[in-house]
Design a protein around this ligand. Structure first.
Ligand SMILES: [Zn+2]
Length: 745
């Protein structure tokens, strides 16, 4: 998952965690999929239950070279449901065997045994992930719909298994714990927490209430998102050709298609979604229409009708609070952040509030620049009326300022960004920093699910040791979700024999004509490096147990964001950002323009993001008894002195990240948290004697930040790398903010 210009997360690019398997997926594209990362995969010989299913390729052990590879060339959708059912039952039987063990509970027979379980299910999920993300069809989505409640039930059967939890607790509380290695102790703690933080320690009456709360919350979350959707569909603006002033041809074409799709052929539809609203407000020179579009968009879920979300938010907050009170926490945010890098809501809030003054100061400057430009236009054209910049003017005038001050010709930039060269650049960076070497596997030696997919073997550059495989699926095709993402089919683990990594990167580039170079945009090149950062994080894992590969929400995007920084290093520019015809490296003045453009409009984007992040944290640190969300939002913004020309990126009644599920509740701050780490770590390279290729820094990068995954507390890992905590000043410089106070996080 990557965001453009740092603080612009979109709800859809959620990092989803399917708690039932204790593993997570790095979902970097705009469409979330419920597919667990296969990091917990361990090979199990086909069991007796599998007999009669020899023809089901999804259930078979992975055979062939490189420690076994998935038979992607033999996957058939008709096998999926049967394979899932069988693998889930097998996993439940394994869990029962662990729970019913007559021997006293030990680390080995309880915790390690759980790590070993579910291997076959994880393998089936690798195929599931391909269908869900790379090869989707209506038939698959039907299966997905049928399986969702079954998977949810399966998950509860594991997390609510009392006999299992009592054994986990016994290991957690036993004197044996002290004799274990730090990573093993962390594994015990993570396993224990996955039960305890979800109600396993409660008495029967409390457990019942806990379950009822969860059930009601699930209903409310769904209602919340359906209401937002209803207002997105209910407020479409239909325009005639004469009302399209200022819109570029591509926006007009999209609006024409949107109208035709809604049985309004001949008109132009502006849907009430971000992807329609944003370009309309940027380009339309019809100020009255801009206001109308703006009002519809930012009123979603708050129109006082049957789709209004205010009462739903209040109930969600009350139920979340009641639930964490059962568990003995002070507020929801405290419970949520306990296992994050930030650890406490106070620390997360401290970061957000430290950046806030500089963000709004910059926003005020941006408004002044825009006002000056509007006044100048007025002076030049006596027919136009004097205007004062309002929220629906921000994007429109910001774009004029951009053209005026930062003009960057995106087509000129593209001519230096060839897809193949960029991949070579990434391999060079991986070689220099991680000591990895990438070699294409012999054609046909590793099965792939589409002819576009290419596979490289990753080895240790100095001694040739096999590390894993890297699958690349670069091009768009029907049935493939949009965006870019990284995933692993198999994660590193050594506790049951060494497992090598099968990692993959996926994107949606357009194929060029035969013999032509694929040229991509600067943003896409950055994303390409970003996703490769996720792959390197998977490939450099040195953990012993699968669970220790899992990501930590406010930490896991840091590694991939950091890797983006190598795109602008001299070695990459000189050797790889070369003109597709002349071979000349990208000129210095173009690079200077790219760097300057990166600070454009940061007052706006940081302010709209921070307002939402602070609101999220405040909601979840407050006793919600009698709360009225509309009043709460207004008062919180007023205390913050929110600039009146900017609105929260997600107003409360449409804040799906935090109210249509719990994925980002009290977690929206995480984007900025990762950004601070990224900026601070990048500066440590910039300041090193060898710069971004400094060998000592590279060693520390791999040893402390990448290899340990979640075997070490992220805060400790970062301190080991940097010799101190991250500081926010580097981020302030990145965004072109002035910073006076020195603060740590
Ligand atoms: Zn990402």
């Amino acid at each position: 998952m990557r965001r453009k210009n740092s603080a612009i997360p979109s709800f859809a690019s959620a990092l989803l965690v399917l708690p039932l398997l204790g593993t997570s997926v790095l979902s970097c594209g705009p469409t979330p999929t419920v597919v667990p990362d296969n990091t917990a995969a361990t090979e199990t010989p086909p069991s007796a239950e599998a007999s009669g299913d020899q023809n089901n390729a999804l259930l078979a052990a992975w055979a062939g070279p490189y420690g076994g590879v998935p038979a992607f060339d033999q996957m058939q959708l008709k096998d999926l449901e049967k394979a899932m059912t069988l693998a889930m039952n097998e996993n439940l039987a394994e869990i029962d065997a662990i729970a019913d063990n007559q021997e006293p509970p030990t680390f080995e027979n309880t915790i390690v045994a759980q790590e070993r379980s579910g291997a076959r299910l994880n393998r089936v999920f690798s195929f599931w992930g391909i269908w869900s993300s790379n090869l989707s069809t209506p038939e698959f989505r039907e299966i997905q719909g049928r399986m969702a409640p079954i998977l949810s039930e399966f998950s509860s059967q594991i997390t609510q298994n009392e006999r299992l939890f009592s054994r986990v607790k016994a290991v957690h509380d036993s004197p044996e714990l002290k004799s274990l290695s730090p990573a093993q102790q962390r594994l015990v703690q993570l396993t224990y927490d996955s039960f305890a933080r979800n109600g396993a320690t409660l008495n029967p009456a409390a457990k019942k209430r806990y379950a009822a709360i969860n059930q009601r919350l699930a209903e409310l979350h769904t209602k919340f998102s359906n209401n937002v959707l209803a207002d997105e569909e209910g407020y479409v603006l239909y325009l005639s050709e004469s009302q399209l002033g200022g819109l570029p041809a591509s926006v007009k074409a999209a609006a024409a298609k949107a109208a035709t799709d809604r049985d309004h052929a001949g008109e132009f539809a502006i849907a009430n979604t971000r992807s329609s609203m944003d370009p309309f407000l940027t380009y339309s020179n019809e100020r009255g229409l801009r206001e109308q579009v703006w009002r519809s968009y930012y009123s979603r879920g708050g129109n006082g009708d049957k789709f209004d979300n205010n009462a739903i938010i209040a109930e969600i907050l009350r139920l979340r609070h009641e639930r964490i009170t059962l568990l003995g926490y002070k507020n929801y945010a405290e419970w949520r952040l306990e296992n994050r890098m930030a650890k406490t809501p106070e620390r997360a809030l401290e970061l957000l509030e430290a950046v806030w003054p500089a963000a709004i100061a910059r926003a005020h400057e941006e408004v002044q620049e825009m006002q000056a430009l509007a006044d100048k236009e007025l002076a030049a054209d006596k027919t136009s009326k004097k205007i004062k910049i309002e929220p629906w003017d921000y994007r429109y005038y910001a774009d004029k300022v951009r053209k005026d001050k930062y003009d960057l010709d995106s087509n000129e930039v593209k001519e230096y960004l060839q897809l193949d060269k960029l991949r070579e650049a990434m391999f060079m960076v991986a070689g220099e920093l991680f000591g990895f070497s990438f070699t294409p596997v012999p054609e046909g030696s590793v099965p792939v699910f589409h002819e576009d997919v290419k596979v490289w073997e990753v080895t240790n550059k100095s001694n040739g040791t096999h590390i894993g495989l890297w699958y690349l699926d670069p091009y768009a095709r029907p049935g493939k979700r949009s965006g870019a993402w990284a995933t692993s089919y198999r994660g590193h683990a050594t506790f049951d024999g060494a497992k090598t990594v099968l990692s993959s990167n996926n994107s949606n580039f357009s194929k060029a004509a035969p013999g032509q170079a694929v040229l991509i945009s600067w943003d896409d090149a950055t994303t390409y490096f970003h996703e490769f950062g996720h792959a390197l994080h998977a490939l450099s894992s040195k953990v012993t147990y699968p669970t220790l590969n899992n990501g930590v929400r406010d930490y896991t995007e840091f590694h991939s964001q950091l890797l983006e920084r190598w795109l602008l290093t001299d070695k990459v520019i000189q050797g790889y950002l070369v003109h597709y015809k002349t071979g000349a490296p990208m000129p210095a003045d173009l690079i200077a323009k790219i760097k300057k453009a990166s600070t454009f409009n940061q007052g706006f984007s940081t302010t709209e993001y921070l307002a939402s992040a602070i609101m999220d944290m405040r909601y979840h640190m407050t006793d919600p008894t009698g709360i009225d969300p509309a009043t709460f939002e207004r008062e919180t913004l007023s205390k913050l002195k929110m600039p009146k020309q900017i609105v929260m990126r997600h107003r409360s009644t449409q804040f799906s990240h935090i109210f249509s599920g719990e994925g980002y509740s009290a977690g929206y701050y995480g984007y900025m948290w990762s950004d601070v780490l990224t900026a601070d770590a990048a500066e440590s390279f910039a300041e090193a004697p060898g710069g971004f290729y400094d060998p000592q820094q590279a060693t520390k990068l791999v040893q402390f930040l990448f290899s340990p995954r979640n075997a070490v507390d992220p805060a400790d890992a970062y301190r080991d790398f940097r010799g101190r905590d991250a500081e926010i000043e580097a981020l302030m410089r990145d965004r072109g903010f002035s910073s006076k106070s020195k603060s740590k996080k």
